[in-house]
Design a protein around this ligand. Structure first.
Ligand code: SAH
Length: 462
């Protein structure tokens, strides 16, 4: 590295750096590759209401929610601005994550003004705005040869500022409480009552919902519209909108494990909001980390067991060299990939279909008389421990993180779900803390017989 390279780097780290990022409209896969890279680098993530917790949870940085959920502190824009500046001035890399695109009704313009004033370097990473998401996921082309040659993005809020531009396709943001005012304004501007209208709620998410009609019909219909929703007006709205490619997919609620048995062409995977959090008993973890020599095998059965194990390892000033004497096993691709992130290729790896398979693997490989350290959550898999012990192994479960079902805001609306996949008995248990019953039309799939048994006992199936 040359001298000037070096001084330039020091300069960046002294004043921090801010990424203003558009997260897209909801489907976590609509994040750009650039946004993903920036989020991986970020020390601090400040995210809004429209950004899903599921998306944010994938990244390591400290997360600060700046939205308006009832159970948390309400941030005003000034406060958000100063929070961004505060972290940047501490030399942090800050990711400011907004729903859709930061420059489409996103107040990104105000945030960069503040950054400029404070001499903080930044860049802007565009996102897929809600209009593009809704358009693609409902099959409404925003422009269409011979039918629509212009499109305008407008806002339905505040009600006294509703504008009706002279464009063929009109897309209104922020309409949940003003749909009728917007429709009235459009008619009074001379648009025919036969013009087609679509209201798209939760575009690109598993719970996307569409209402259609003509301008005249929807004006007369009293229908509650829930945020986030977009109103699209124009004759490019076609007849197959309600039976589109997205609505045709099976929505599968995944309570744990990974989605390998489902293919993306037919399914939409919805992740059960289960949060993995730090919070293990530090003193106890530290004791185990003082000396690894008693263990001949380390068994990682999930991505999170790896993630939190290594976080503790580094916290106590150690690294992979301290694990060199043990055989490292990983079950499941996610655990193996996470190990690779920490520079470890597992000695033993395989894809189990439930815990029973892990036991079979140990049996087939003649792995007995091992002392196995099993990092995991507060929900110890008693079955796995018992069965591995039956094979004459000694098993020491170590809680490195806590597993909590998340209540409130992000719970899943089962009315949109076609199938639930239970990955283990503890997943059934977690699910039961939030839902007392499962609607009859939902197919339930259990990973193995133990899980199936737990499901029957908790949900009263014969
Ligand atoms: N910057 C965002 C818009 C923020 S304003 C963007 O580019 O999309 C908030 C409004 O965006 C909501 O009131 C709603 O009208 C719209 N919106 C955001 N996400 C949406 C979604 N998934 N489905 C429908 N409308 C959405």
């Amino acid at each position: 590295m040359t001298k000037s390279d070096h001084s330039q780097r020091v300069d960046v780290s002294e004043k921090g750096y801010v990424y203003i990022i558009g997260a897209g409209p909801g489907d976590p896969e609509l994040l750009t590759i650039k946004a993903e890279r920036a989020l991986q680098e970020a020390d601090v993530l400040l995210y809004d209401d429209l950004v899903s917790g599921e998306l944010v949870d994938q990244f390591q940085g400290i997360k600060i929610y700046t939205g308006k959920r009832k159970d948390s502190h309400h941030f005003e824009q000034d406060e958000i601005n100063s929070e961004i500046v505060r972290h940047a001035l501490m030399g942090k890399k800050v990711a400011r994550l907004k729903g859709g695109d930061p420059f489409v009704f996103g107040r990104g313009g105000e945030e960069i003004e503040v950054l400029r004033k404070n001499g903080i370097r930044y860049e802007i990473i565009p996102g897929i705005t809600a209009a593009y998401g809704a358009s693609a996921y409902t099959e409404i082309p925003l422009t269409m040869r011979k039918i629509s040659s212009s499109v305008a993005f407008c806002t339905g809020h505040p009600v006294n500022k509703i504008q009706v531009p002279d464009a063929d396709t009109l897309v209104y943001y922020m309409v949940a409480s003003t749909v009728h005012d917007v429709l009235d304004a459009v008619v009074s501007k001379g648009r025919s009552e036969n013009t087609k209208v679509a209201i798209v709620q939760n575009a690109t998410r598993y719970n996307q919902k569409i209402f259609t009609g003509t301008l005249g019909e929807l004006r007369r219909r009293e229908k509650a519209v829930y945020s986030p929703a977009l109103l699209i007006i124009g004759d490019n709205i076609n007849q197959f909108i309600e039976k589109n490619w997205f609505s045709g997919k099976r929505k599968v609620l995944l309570t744990g494990g990974d989605a390998k048995r489902y293919n993306a062409m037919e399914h939409i995977m919805v992740h059960f909001p289960c949060r993995q959090v730090d919070g293990a008993d530090r003193e106890r973890v530290k004791e185990y980390f003082d000396d690894f020599s008693p263990y001949s095998t380390l068994l990682f059965t999930s991505k999170f067991s790896v993630k939190y194990f290594f976080a503790s390892l580094f916290e106590y000033g150690k690294d992979v060299r301290h694990l060199a004497a043990a055989t490292i096993c990983a079950t499941g691709k996610a655990a193996a990939l996470e190990l690779q992130k920490h520079g470890v290729i597992p000695d033993l790896f395989f894809e189990p279909d439930g815990c029973a398979d892990i036991v079979t693997m140990f049996r087939e490989r003649g792995m007995t008389d091992e002392h196995i350290l099993l990092p995991g959550s507060n929900l110890v898999d008693e079955y796995l421990v018992r069965e591995l012990t039956t094979l004459r192994n000694r098993v020491t479960p170590l809680c490195v993180y806590m597993h909590e079902a998340q209540e409130h805001a992000e719970s899943i609306d089962l009315a949109f779900i076609d199938e639930i996949y239970f990955a283990s008995p503890s997943c059934v248990n977690n699910f039961r803390t939030l839902y007392s019953s499962i609607p009859e039309n939902i197919t339930v799939t259990a990973a193995d017989t133990r899980t199936e048994k737990e499901y029957r006992s908790l949900f009263g199936e014969s």
